[in-house]
Design a protein around this ligand. Structure first.
Ligand code: UT7
Length: 331
């Protein structure tokens, strides 16, 4: 079976920068608190008129250019987003139409933080079976429009942000290269620890005045519990992946952890015993863009020349669900 390789990457964030000081104007928080507890200095939030599909279009075009492919070369889209522009159809179809990919199949993965790793695993399986050749994988979110920017929402509003990342994968004949393995998990017992309750089709009507007044359309999170599980599950899944592939921590060139909180990334690095140069973080500039954190970071690393042929790249994510997992790629 052929392995898949990453042929090109891209990213996009909204132009509006929101600093910690900006947030402190509408809620009881401070630059010091946010920086010390999360590592975030600024994030990008959409302005009126900007949308998620536009972000993924920019990221996709950059990935197409980087890979030297045309839209007609793409055989499928796997699009991870828990914040689609509309209830349905998912953003993948709007992207397909607006870029002009033809009538190729377009899948949607609603996994929030682990979305990109899950989407990549779906795309990789298609490449391996030969069903589709070149697949566009997207991680995109707009979290800012469901943030409570009063003091009531300060536990989440300072963390979450907007952005998109794209990666195009395709088959390779080269021995030893490509996506080596995935390790994926979920535990629905924690589904309400990080979620958005409504609007939802289980409610009659799906959206109501009470729901809005009670703020149930805001993202809700039990931050401490998510934190506690994240710092255990991410190292655990990386360890599993390494033992199943016969690789060692010393062989990791670069680990890109989901950018949830700098303290989480640092705890993961410490538990795995990795050096600073083995772990990439950019949460300082982007905040937590959920499914977009990993592909945005990946694009930055690729464009900065951080990855060379033969390097071992590990992606790992944890979040809503809880769902978590990791992926090993020989660059
Ligand atoms: O994307 C994947 C999923 N998400 C995550 O992985 C996020 C995981 N969780 C976290 O990153 C952290 O739990 C937070 C950043 C959300 C919170 O940090 P913390 O160190 O766990 O703070 P805490 O919730 O324990 O709150 C400590 C204090 C509380 O005050 P009291 O009760 O001690 O008086 C909070 O009310 O800090 C207060 N607080 C704030 N103060 C200023 C909470 N948020 C803020 C804020 N500014 N933004």
């Amino acid at each position: 079976m052929p392995r898949s390789v990453i042929l090109g990457t891209g990213r996009a964030v909204p132009s509006r920068v929101v600093t910690n000081a900006d947030l402190a104007e509408s809620m009881d928080t401070s630059d010091e608190w946010i920086l010390e507890r999360t590592g975030i200095r600024q994030r990008h939030w959409v302005a009126e008129g900007e949308n998620g599909v536009d972000l993924s279009k920019t990221a996709s075009r950059a990935a197409l250019e980087a890979s030297g492919l045309q839209p007609s070369d793409i055989d499928a889209i796997v699009y991870a987003s828990s914040t689609p522009d509309h209830f349905f159809p998912g953003n993948s179809l709007f992207l397909q139409h607006e870029i002009g990919f033809g009538t190729i199949p377009a899948f949607n993965v609603v996994n929030a933080c682990s979305g990109f790793v899950y989407a990549l695993s779906v795309a990789d399986a298609f490449v391996q079976t030969g069903r589709y050749r070149n697949i566009l994988v997207i991680g995109q979110e707009i979290q800012s429009t469901r943030m409570d920017v009063t003091t009531r929402g300060r536990g989440t509003a300072v963390l979450f942000a907007d952005g998109a990342g794209a990666a195009i994968i395709g088959p390779t004949e080269e021995e030893g290269r490509g996506v080596l393995a995935f390790d994926l998990h979920g535990d629905g017992a924690h589904a309400e620890k990080l979620w958005v309750d409504g609007p939802g089709a289980k409610y009659h009507p799906p959206v109501s005045i009470e729901q809005l007044e009670e703020g149930r359309y805001f993202l809700q999170m039990d931050g401490r519990d998510v934190f506690r599980h994240a710092i255990v599950r991410m190292p655990e899944t990386v360890e599993t992946l390494l033992s199943e592939t016969g690789l060692t921590k010393e062989q990791i060139t670069l680990l890109i952890p989901h950018q949830a909180n700098l303290r989480i990334s640092e705890a993961v690095q410490k538990r795995l015993g990795l050096r600073d140069d083995q772990v990439y973080n950019n949460i300082e500039r982007y905040g937590n863009t959920t499914a977009a954190t990993i592909p945005i970071a990946l694009d930055e690393c690729v464009r900065a020349g951080r990855l060379r042929r033969g390097d071992l790249l590990i992606l790992t994510a944890f979040g809503s669900g809880f769902q978590w997992g990791s992926c090993a790629i020989r660059w």
